[in-house]
Design a protein around this ligand. Structure first.
Ligand SMILES: [Zn+2]
Length: 473
């Protein structure tokens, strides 16, 4: 996050990626997900499966037959065996340093090439075989775009659609009965972490040539495809997705990487949360207390604790309307992911307090999921609050830090859903506002003990939907 001190334009960092290429970012600030073991198809099996998926899917989505890329036009490359040069349609070899650590589709020659030395082993060891599969699903997505002559105004839209196509293929794998291609929830969660690793560096402007999208944009496109299939991705052509990626807008934000210290952050976040939620619903008083302390003890002594919607380190107790956080662990999240990670942890527990005032259950898995969704709704409105002491706005890396915090969260003894589901909940609130979050979450049952606030007793929330605004990041 950033305090608004002054607005000075800082030129965006130069993008080093070429259009249509994937590149593995360095210094990824996301806790590494466990590597799933379930997806174990070879590269050849994976490419064959993606092409068979398109042979089946292309006629219904685009009304044309899929023309497959022959296996002799798929090029693994390495330093000693560079790939064909895309610029001249493959007449010469490309300089390896230009394509090291990448995979790409070249429409000028209709071929796919991938670095079997600098990309695939790294992806495989860090994020599992399914993340490797997604690279090919993304690149073959560019082959689909070439076949239907899709050329949007900004290259990031090509990348978003390719990520969406990768999500559509992932859905196909999830429902496949082929013994060679199968998927577990762990694979999906690991793939999300892989997509975050493949994001653009913070501060890239989404309109810049070569931009692929920040982690939030990439994961959003992937989930769109997973949930809506290839048709949802084809629909991007008429209804483009929101690109949240943007450059830094102030020198100070650029210099500190968009991160406030924990000491600066917490009062700004709680001020913003109080302003947003007291405006959103008259039933919320904004009296929620935030204290640092022994979280395990606080949770054990509170019969109405939500056990932490995202993490054991921050817990809400409905009986006392208090959020207790473990200062050391919050500081660790801040240092390992970035300042918006603790912001999301606090915002999620604050959302539990809002739910409590609306008479919603905060102790079930559905209640915790709704809290995550509501944190997304607040995030979309950061910078639009009124009556706060300090004006704040999101920095370029903040949404990625939110996703990283959601992915890093673990279930442990508490059912917090999968990383995929947590991210989907957060996105739902971010894009559709708070009303979308509480419609599906349970109201307290009649027998449940009241904790001092009256239940609304109604499936409606009493929330005034502030309406979605495009967030400035
Ligand atoms: Zn691409």
């Amino acid at each position: 996050m950033t305090k608004r001190r002054f607005r000075k334009f800082v030129a965006a960092l130069a993008a080093t990626t070429l259009t249509g290429m994937l590149t593995l970012a360095t210094g990824v600030g996301v806790a590494q997900a466990e590597v799933g073991k379930t997806y174990d198809a070879s590269v050849d099996q994976t490419i064959a499966d993606i092409q068979s998926y398109w042979a089946k899917t292309m006629p219904s989505v685009y009304g044309t037959q899929y023309e497959a890329i022959p296996t002799d036009r798929v090029f693994p490359y390495s330093e000693s065996n560079p790939p064909p040069n895309c610029d001249d349609g493959g007449q010469t070899k490309a300089p390896y340093q230009d394509v090291a650590g990448n995979a790409f589709y070249c429409s000028n020659g209709d071929f796919v090439a991938y670095d079997e030395q600098g990309l695939i082993p790294k992806l495989r060891s860090q994020y599992g075989e399914f993340a490797v599969g997604l690279v090919f699903a993304h690149e073959l997505g560019h082959a689909i775009q070439a076949r239907v002559n899709y050329s949007p105004s900004a290259s990031v839209l090509l990348e978003q659609q390719a990520d969406c196509f990768a999500g559509a293929w992932a859905q196909h794998v999830a429902t496949s009965t082929d013994e060679n291609v199968h998927l577990s929830k762990d694979d999906l969660d690991t793939a999300l972490a892989g997509l975050l690793a493949l994001r653009d560096p913070s501060g890239i402007d989404g309109s810049q040539d070569g931009a692929h999208g920040n982690g939030f944009d990439r994961v959003s496109a992937f989930q769109d495809g997973y949930e809506g299939g290839a048709q949802a991705c084809a629909d991007y052509q008429n209804n483009p997705p929101t690109v949240t990626e943007s450059g830094y807008t102030s020198q100070s934000d650029y210099q500190n990487g968009g991160d406030l210290s924990v000491q600066e952050l917490l009062p700004i976040v709680t001020d913003s949360l109080k302003s947003y939620w007291t405006n959103a619903t008259t039933k919320f008083s904004g009296a929620t207390k935030l204290v640092s302390g022994d979280v395990a003890r606080a949770a054990a002594s509170c019969p109405t604790a939500d056990q932490g919607a995202l993490d054991d380190a921050v817990v809400y107790c409905a009986a006392t309307d208090t959020i207790t956080y473990d200062a050391a662990r919050v500081a660790k999240e801040h240092d390992s992911i970035g300042d918006f990670a603790p912001a999301v942890l606090i915002a999620t527990e604050y959302a539990a307090s809002v739910q409590q005032s609306l008479g919603r259950d905060v102790q079930s898995a559905a209640g915790r999921s709704a809290s995550v969704c509501l944190a997304g709704a607040w995030t979309a409105n950061v910078g639009n609050e009124s009556g706060t002491a300090t004006s704040s706005s999101l920095s370029p890396g903040d949404l990625d830090e939110a996703i990283a915090a959601l992915v890093a969260s673990r279930s442990g003894n508490v059912d917090r859903g999968s990383a995929f589901d947590r991210v989907a909940s957060f996105r739902k609130g971010f894009h559709n506002g708070p009303s979308a979050c509480v419609q599906s979450s349970p109201a307290k049952s009649a027998g449940q003990k009241s904790t001092g606030q009256k239940s609304s007793g109604s499936p409606t929330t009493g929330a005034k939907a502030p309406g979605h605004k495009t967030t400035q990041v």
